[in-house]
Write a protein that binds this ligand. Sequence first.
Ligand code: SF4
Length: 147
Amino acid sequence: MILISACLAGENCKYSGGNNLVEEIRELYERGEAVCVCPERDGGLPVPRDPAEIINGRVISIHGRDVTDYYVRGAEAGMEVCRRYGCIKAVLKANSPSCGPHAVYDGTFSHRLVNGQCGIFAAMLKEAGVQCMDENEYVQSVTGGSK
Ligand code: SF4
């Protein structure tokens, strides 16, 4: 079973109330090969919600509210699902402060990325030895780079 960010399978759980549907990832879910989690929603944040970014190790909303506890709670809930299904691989939404496996925004809400820093949930998954890729890497792996 592969763990996936729910918004990539088409769930309307992202901060704006929409999704980040990637057809190849929805197919993975529909074939019964994946389980979905949304750490931000599962940690108790509403949909829609304010966007947030990581700054000095804390997650701060665009209106200055510290929402770190929600992110940590949601990440722990996601880890619980990961363990329950024995997932050793995850396909995660790039650049998300929860799910981003390779980079996150720099905390200034100006679309600048910090490469090498990952989201709160992605960090927990990696710590547990789960192999993490983003949606672009997954699509490339199944299409052989033809997309
Ligand atoms: S927390 Fe993860 S699954 Fe939920 S909307 Fe953000 S990127 Fe998608």
